[in-house]
Structures are given as structure tokens and as C-alpha cells.
Design a protein around this ligand. Structure first.
Ligand code: CA
Ligand code: CA
Ligand code: CA
Length: 238
């Protein structure tokens, strides 16, 4: 008898958890760069916010972030980028990075939250293993988005080739506060420009499945059965 009542309470408890799960607002500041600047972000090296006048249209609104390695020194070495993005030493230098540019923002997420953004890698380098510039995003580790061997088409911007905008989605398995970074790196030497365009960042939470009416009624019957038996049991004891 006690076992059945406990079971009913446990089922009722799980029902409450399932139905109070809702989409929650997630904190990401200036997620589409629509302020026209890096408000809410911190940047290092050569980073600008540009409109379609750049030669590539933003995917959301009027502005996008443009990070470049430049044909000269950005002023941010690979070691400085690793430190700026709070990455383990060697995270970028082990990939051949010499210098580059990056932006970052601190975010707090729950397990199960998802994150998406649009990116476009551009370069004046083309399929060159010695100078294989690359674009990346970083949380705890570096994830490469593209390099000079990625498929590209012609670009009307100040860089010759582009992958065109693509969407990347990431699912957080572990809750916590992360340093979210985006960057582009010169490899081999500090010359020949490459760029990473970023736009339309979104942090969101997909609600857990709410029990269907059939299973809810089943749970209600189970709870009712539990209370009914408890009352019956109470009477028999009196
Ligand atoms: Ca935008
Ligand atoms: Ca450079
Ligand atoms: Ca380069």
C-alpha cells in the first residue's frame, strides 16, 4: 500500500517537472551586431562590423562581424589569441597559427541549450598547405570552421574567395559559463589576407516533451488508484 502511494507521488512529481519545463530567455548580447559595433563583445586584432557595402550581405539585419588576418601584422600573435580566448596553450599554435584576430563574449548556459550562428570564410590564399589560414570558433576547445582547402566561390569583397555563409549548430551537454570566441588565423606567415564573417547568433532551449493527454489521464488514474487504496486502507485500520 505504502509502495503504491509512493509510486503515485513519484509519477505526480515527474508530471510537474515535465509541464513546467519552458523555453527560457538566454543571455547573448548584440547577437546579430545590429548596433553597428562590438557592444557586448571584446575584440583583438583586426575586427570590424560592416554592412553589405563590404561586398557580402549579412544573413540577418544590416550588419555582420568581419575578422581579418590582413596582409600585414594584426598585432595579435597566436599566443595572445589563445590567452584572449582563454584556451589551453598550444590550441592555435599547434594548428600552425602565427597571428590573427578574434572576438569573444561570456555566456551562461544550461545543459541541453543549443547555439547557432552563420559564418563565411574568405581568403586570398587558395589551397596552400604551407599557408593554410583557417577560421574557427571556440568554447573550451577550438573548432575549425574552414581553411584554404574548403570549397569556395568568387567573392566581390576585398578578398577573392568565399565559402559563402553557412550555419553551424552546437548543443551544450554541460551547464556552465563559457567564453565564446570567433577567430581567424594566419598560418605559416603573417601575410595574405583571410577573413571570417559571423552573423545571426542564437542561443535557445528546446523544451522537453510534455506528456500526451492519454498518458496524463493514465497518470491521473494511477494517482487516483493510489489515494483510493490509501483511503480504503485507512478505513480498515480504524
Ligand atoms: Ca546582423
Ligand atoms: Ca596578417
Ligand atoms: Ca595568410
Amino acid at each position: 500500500m505504502l509502495k503504491l502511494s509512493t509510486l503515485a507521488l513519484a509519477i505526480a512529481g515527474s508530471l510537474v517537472i515535465a509541464t513546467t519545463e519552458t523555453v527560457h530567455a538566454l543571455n547573448l548580447t548584440n547577437s546579430s551586431f545590429e548596433t553597428g559595433d562590438f557592444s557586448g563583445w571584446t575584440n583583438i586584432g583586426q575586427a570590424t562590423v560592416e554592412d553589405s557595402g563590404f561586398g557580402v550581405a549579412p544573413t540577418n539585419g544590416n550588419y555582420q562581424a568581419v575578422l581579418e588576418t590582413l596582409s600585414l601584422d594584426t598585432g595579435a600573435s597566436a599566443n595572445q589569441l589563445e590567452s584572449f580566448l582563454e584556451l589551453y596553450k598550444g590550441s592555435l599554435t599547434s594548428l600552425g597559427a602565427v597571428e590573427g584576430s578574434a572576438i569573444k563574449q561570456t555566456i551562461t548556459v544550461n545543459a541541453g541549450d543549443s547555439f547557432s550562428f552563420d559564418w563565411n570564410f574568405l581568403s586570398d590564399d587558395f589551397q596552400n598547405s604551407d599557408y593554410n589560414d583557417f577560421a574557427f570558433f571556440s568554447l573550451t576547445n577550438v573548432t575549425e570552421l574552414a581553411n584554404t582547402f574548403s570549397p569556395t566561390v568568387f567573392s566581390f569583397s576585398r578578398l577573392s574567395n568565399q565559402t559563402e555563409y553557412q550555419k553551424y549548430t552546437y548543443n551544450f551537454q554541460v551547464a556552465g559559463t563559457y567564453t565564446l570566441g570567433f577567430g581567424v588565423a594566419d598560418v605559416g606567415d603573417d601575410t595574405v589576407n583571410s577573413a571570417l564573417l559571423v552573423d545571426n547568433l542564437k542561443l535557445y532551449h528546446i523544451p522537453q516533451t510534455i506528456p500526451e493527454p492519454a498518458s496524463i489521464s493514465g497518470i491521473c488514474i494511477a494517482i487516483g488508484l493510489g489515494f483510493g487504496l490509501k483511503n480504503k486502507n485507512g478505513k480498515s485500520n480504524s
